[in-house]
Ligand binder design. Structure first.
Ligand code: NAP
Length: 242
């Protein structure tokens, strides 16, 4: 059974991606940072569908934790064929009010973390001449958001990382793409008021915000052989808002 690793697979978009990849027949490594209960519940949902899943704890910005997690995944499930770099954190505020540490830790998770995880997944893919990497960006990485400057810069970095890495890995049979969500109904947006949500719906040509499943299904498509000639692309899943 081929293995897919979803970082931040315990909630929101990552959880939906984990379920969709399990439906495609992948054994899923569900990574999480601290919410083991949520990660176990995603694994149980996958098992109830007849699939295979295991939860693996690691902070993706911590190299030592990643080394441990990769060896646990290798012995628990096997080599990774599909990597979904999804784990991320939001921060709303003015750049001048952020401390050096806040800027660094946001970048360490949202940009550097994806590279640290990818660096560990790629050697097996290169040896097999087969693999798929899907990075989760954001519409703010495409157009920029006021009060989310560091987050936007990280997501723009994820887009650049995707484009460059697809060129580096294409000749080795590995595809690298990016999914760029708009506003999606997850815990990340739990601070938004009902009024803000309805304004966002009105601004969106499809008149709604997205669901985790909207994004999870796109991730599964990119992982599948149906997408075998797609690499280096940014696929926006945003209801047309930008
Ligand atoms: P979410 O509901 O807040 O879930 C975040 C997930 O990331 C959780 O599984 C969390 O694990 C994990 N995580 C956070 N920091 C981590 C770390 N340092 N190491 C490992 N795992 C970590 O987020 P979401 O809305 O699904 O967002 C998923 C991705 O989509 C993010 O990259 C986000 O930037 C992007 N995105 C979201 C939206 C949106 O509107 N929601 C829009 C555009 C892009 P625990 O459960 O253990 O905390």
């Amino acid at each position: 059974m081929k293995v897919a690793l979803v970082t931040g697979g315990s909630r929101g978009i990552g959880a939906a991606a984990a379920v969709e990849l399990a439906r495609l027949g992948y054994a899923v490594a569900v990574n999480y940072k601290s919410n083991s209960e949520a990660a176990e519940s995603v694994c149980n949902e996958i098992r109830s569908l007849g699939g295979v899943a295991e939860a693996f704890q690691a902070d993706i910005s911590d190299s030592r934790a990643l080394d441990r997690m990769f060896s646990e995944i290798h012995s628990g499930l096997g080599e990774i064929s599909v990597l979904v770099n999804n784990a991320g954190v939001a921060y709303i505020g003015l750049l001048q009010d952020m401390s050096d540490n806040e800027i660094k830790s946001l970048s360490d998770v949202n940009l550097m973390g994806a590279m640290l995880v990818t660096r560990r997944a790629v050697p097996d893919m290169l040896r097999r001449h087969d693999g798929v990497i899907i990075n989760i960006a954001s519409m703010w990485g495409e157009v920029g958001a006021s009060c989310e400057v560091v987050y936007s810069a990280c997501k723009a970095g994820i887009i650049g990382f995707t484009k460059a890495f697809s060129k580096e890995l294409g000749p080795s049979g590995i595809r690298v793409n990016c999914v760029s969500p708009g506003v999606i109904d997850t815990d990340m947006n739990s601070e938004l008021t009902d009024e803000t949500i309805s304004e966002l719906c009105e601004e969106t040509p499809l008149l709604r915000i997205g669901t985790p499943s909207d994004v999870g299904k796109t991730i599964a498509f990119l992982a599948s052989d149906e997408a075998s000639f797609i690499t280096g692309q940014v696929i926006s899943v945003n209801g047309g808002i930008i």
